[in-house]
Ligand binder design. Structure first.
Ligand code: URP
Ligand code: ZN
Ligand code: ZN
Length: 480
């Protein structure tokens, strides 16, 4: 019997706190030792000269999520987690969606069934609350928070999902009383509906008008309102998929006033613009997501928000539908108005490599900030830390060893999702995961997925960790 099952030898090991060169000893799926030199293992993985980071925690992705419009999610728990593993993500937190008229327990049971035996990496669930009846807010949610479902998303837009302000307060009150964390999709629904009608009246229905129908003030107003509702009840919230300067400023203003407002952004707001929605023919549909990608100036604001601490979490918002598919982006044909094109784009595999190459590689963020944004903070906010999101003695051995020198041009063929496109086709990157371990098992190595369906375990989430840094000094913003 060896002291360790595996030793990762001599890598530059990064956590959210620091970067040290050391060996990592792994035993029974956990990190058992960190030291200058370890010996005696069944397998030694040479990481000399390579960067080693914790496996990514994707705090926002949609896998096998049913729709109300007949579209089919392209990725289930097998293809979605296969793709996650190949991109260095070892924990995913998709959503269990409550259909109106149904209980949260039904949603949870359904999702456990969908994940069972399929996941290659570990998973937890957020809830999506669409029907906050007294039974839901009084009984179900409090009990579910205790049972390991401590985060729930609510929508301020989409007719079949959205809550009104009173309902939002009902949900926030539960989060306050029982220490859950509420994630909010902040866009003003009536404004979007009104603008959509005007655009359609004018015959402006191509994919590019999706962006016109959801301009930045629509996101700002809802972000401001969400923060106001959270302030009324003095409860932390997380604003998901922030895209625009105005929303960023609202979050910064709230953080500067001492409110616990977390912010999340996603690759699409760094690497896509509304011009991508204006691609020839129907191609722009490939980049339709909400909020929509903005412009170069707003991309810079998002980069600044990642480096200055406004954002705590960098997620994929992987919401995959196939493009050339009557159950995907083309559900109503290529002449349909943008309002009928399913929202959401794929990105579970490209999330880490994009930020690693363009963020760390180009000096926009440091390595510890990369780790905090892609793993540690999500693990803390969603109650999975320190089991997940770091490399420390006792943590799960979820580890990415990077091939820092690999230069590549992204193409959809190299990805492992079940989607027929990537919005990042042709993007040149430097750095890609060489080896990925999930609880000590190699799940990706030398370009090949090695993980087995069913290896992934369900992770009950504790209540959010309070010590997540929010609103570190912001260099580009002075509160008015
Ligand atoms: O367009 C998006 N983001 N679709 C996915 C669902 C959501 O709102 O996160
Ligand atoms: Zn959303
Ligand atoms: Zn989403």
């Amino acid at each position: 019997m060896t002291a360790f099952d595996t030793i990762v030898r001599g890598g530059r090991v990064a956590t959210a706190a620091d970067v040290v060169t050391c060996d990592i000893g792994i035993k029974d799926g956990r990190v058992a030792a960190l030291a200058e030199r370890l010996e005696d293992a069944g397998r030694i993985i040479d990481a000399a000269g390579k960067t080693v980071t914790p496996g990514g925690v994707d705090g926002h992705c949609h896998l096998d999520q049913p729709s109300t419009d007949g579209t089919v999610a392209a990725d289930d728990f097998l293809t979605g987690t296969r793709s996650a593993a190949a991109g260095g993500t070892t924990t995913v937190i998709p959503f269990a969606l409550q259909m109106r008229g149904h209980s949260l327990h039904e949603a949870i049971e359904d999702y456990h069934g969908r994940a069972q035996g399929k996941a290659l990496v570990d998973y937890a669930f957020h809830l999506i609350v669409t029907d906050p009846t007294p039974q839901v807010t009084g009984q179900e949610l409090p009990a579910l928070i205790q049972d390991g479902y401590s985060s729930f998303k609510i929508y301020m837009t989409y007719d079949d999902l959205m809550l009104n302000d009173g309902q939002i307060l009902d949900v926030l009150a539960v989060a306050r009383r029982h220490q859950g964390i509420v994630m909010i999709h902040a866009e003003n629904s009536d404004c979007i509906g009104w603008l959509t009608e005007r655009l359609e009246e004018a015959g402006k229905t191509e994919p590019r008008y999706h962006a016109t129908s959801r301009p930045r003030p629509v996101e700002r107003e809802a972000t401001h309102r969400a923060i106001t509702l959270a302030e009324l009840l003095d409860v932390p919230i997380l604003i998901v998929h922030v895209s625009a300067r105005e929303a960023v400023r609202e979050i910064q203003r709230a953080q500067a006033r001492g409110l616990k407002i977390f912010g999340e952004t996603c690759p699409q707001y760094l690497f896509l613009t509304e011009d991508d929605l204006a691609a020839p023919g129907f191609e722009g549909a490939k980049c339709i997501c909400s909020p929509p990608p903005r412009d170069k100036e707003n991309q810079q604001v998002i980069w600044d928000g990642l480096s200055n601490g406004t954002f705590q979490v960098f997620s994929s918002d992987h919401a995959p539908t196939r493009y050339d598919d009557p159950k995907g982006k083309m559900i109503r044909g290529t002449k349909a108005s943008f309002r009928w094109i399913p929202n959401g784009i794929p990105g579970i595999e490209t999330r880490l490599p994009l930020l690693y190459s363009e963020g760390v590689g180009k000096g926009r963020i440091d390595l510890s900030t990369f780790v905090a944004l892609t793993a540690t903070n999500a693990a803390k906010i969603y109650g999975l830390y320190p089991r997940k999101g770091t490399i420390a003695v006792g943590s799960d051995a979820d580890i990415v060893i990077w091939d820092d020198e690999r230069e590549l041009t992204l193409t959809n063929d190299m990805l492992h999702h079940n989607v027929d496109y990537t919005p990042y086709e042709g993007t040149c990157l430097k750095g890609w995961p060489a080896t990925v371990l999930c609880r000590g098992q190699v799940v990706f190595e030398d370009g090949e997925v090695k993980g087995q369906p069913g290896h992934g375990e369900f992770l009950p989430c504790a209540q959010p960790e309070k010590a997540v840094p929010v609103g570190r000094p912001v260099t580009d913003f002075q509160p008015a």
